[in-house]
Each structure stands twice: as structure tokens, then as C-alpha cells.
Design a protein around this ligand. Structure first.
Ligand SMILES: [Mn+2]
Length: 223
């Protein structure tokens, strides 16, 4: 559980708006007594034992096979976010979905209708392989996208920057057209945003993203 790692903050978005990015991976091992950047045991010593990708996939397979029947019965969807940042290892721990095709591997573990994706456009665009439009087509066509993190970035790991939704590498309108074409009925949310220079830096960034989303949705719905 490497948590959020390897991030840098700076004036990376339009107008020098403060945002986050990545310059290089973090190779320091995770200390025992820590999970998701939180220390739960201050007396712990040493670092977490290392496992490989095979062991990670064995564990997630067990987890999904146990939980999915219960989720299905309860009408709940389990939606997997890709790794952020999408690198094979962070802090000496293996990562699960750091290339677009690994999403297919995750879906193929169990064909339950509750086994779905939290499709983060930013993280997918940061991946070194594949293509965000192809992935959107591939996974929306299978009706496996539960909801979408509708955000934009410039660059790929290990060097990228998060930017405003309308200034990154991804053509967001093209994404919406693919979703419309595949009859996507899930949810879009803004996810991260650069911060604006005002009393509510994050919230105004989110408001901008929401307004942009409403506008492009209207445009594509009326095409
Ligand atoms: Mn996300």
C-alpha cells in the first residue's frame, strides 16, 4: 500500500495555477506500521516485506472472488481505479493496473457484472503503453466502466503534470463521443483540479471543471 507517492507541486497549469506532477519515482521502501501514508504503529521497525506481481495478482484474485458474489447480491459495483502514478513499482511495492491492458486482466479474473472500473482518464493517459481513446472504446464497449474520472494531464510517467480539463493531452470531446457511441450510462466526475488564486482555490477549480463538463456534454448530446 504505497499510497500517494512521488508527487511534486508547482505552477504547472494554465496561468501558473498550482497543480501536481511527477518528476521521478519514489524508491524508498515503505516502513512497517504505515498504510496509505498514515502511520498506525509508531513502535514498528523495519520495512514491509517485498512481494512480486504474481503474488499481488494471486491476492487480488482471492479478494475479488470472495467479494464479488456478495457485491452482486447487494447490487453493488466494485470499481477499480488504476495506479496513480501508473508505474510497475512504487516504493518497492508492485502495482496492479499500470498499463491499459492490465484492466482487461483484472476484468478477466471474474466475469461478475459487479466487477467494474473506475476509469481515470488522467491516470490512463499517463501510462506508457496503449492509447486512451482505444481504452475508452475497449472498456465502454464491454459495459465495464462504472464511473469516470474526467481529468486531463500533460506527459506520461515518470514525468507528467496535472492540468485544467481543457488544456491537456486528452481530447475530452473525443472521449465523450466514444462513450456516447457505446451508450455509456455511468457517472462522470471531475477528480483532481489545479487550484485557482482565490479564497477557495480547489473548489473554484472544481467549479470550472464542472462547467466545462456540462458544456461539452451538451455539445456532444446534441450532435
Ligand atoms: Mn482518478
Amino acid at each position: 500500500m504505497a499510497g500517494v507517492s512521488s508527487r511534486v507541486t508547482g505552477p504547472f497549469a494554465r496561468g501558473g495555477a498550482i497543480s501536481v506532477g511527477m518528476e521521478k519515482g519514489d524508491e524508498t521502501p515503505i516502513p512497517n506500521g504505515m498504510v496509505w501514508n498514515m502511520i498506525y504503529d509508531e513502535t514498528a521497525t523495519g520495512t514491509m516485506p517485498q512481494i512480486d506481481h504474481d503474488e499481488l495478482w494471486k491476492r487480488v484474485t482471492f479478494f475479488l472472488n470472495e467479494l464479488l458474489p456478495v457485491a452482486e447480491e447487494a447490487g453493488v459495483q466494485l470499481a477499480a481505479h488504476p495506479d496513480d502514478p501508473p508505474l510497475p513499482y512504487i516504493r518497492k511495492t508492485p502495482r496492479l493496473v499500470f498499463q491499459p491492458d492490465l484492466y482487461q486482466k483484472l476484468l478477466d479474473v471474474n466475469d461478475s457484472p459487479s466487477n467494474k472500473l473506475e476509469f481515470c482518464l488522467g491516470s490512463i493517459a499517463e501510462m506508457t503503453e496503449g492509447d486512451v481513446y482505444h481504452s475508452t472504446e475497449q472498456y465502454s464497449k464491454q459495459n465495464k466502466i462504472s464511473y469516470i474520472h474526467f481529468r486531463n494531464v500533460v506527459g506520461k510517467v515518470p514525468k507528467y503534470k496535472e492540468v485544467f480539463v481543457d488544456e491537456g493531452d486528452i481530447d475530452m470531446v473525443k472521449i465523450l463521443r466514444i462513450l456516447k457511441n457505446n451508450n455509456f450510462k455511468g457517472v462522470l466526475i471531475p477528480d483532481h483540479t489545479p487550484q485557482m488564486s482565490c479564497a477557495a482555490p480547489w473548489h473554484s477549480g472544481m467549479a470550472f471543471a464542472m462547467g466545462y463538463m456540462k458544456a461539452v456534454l451538451n455539445q456532444v448530446e446534441n450532435e
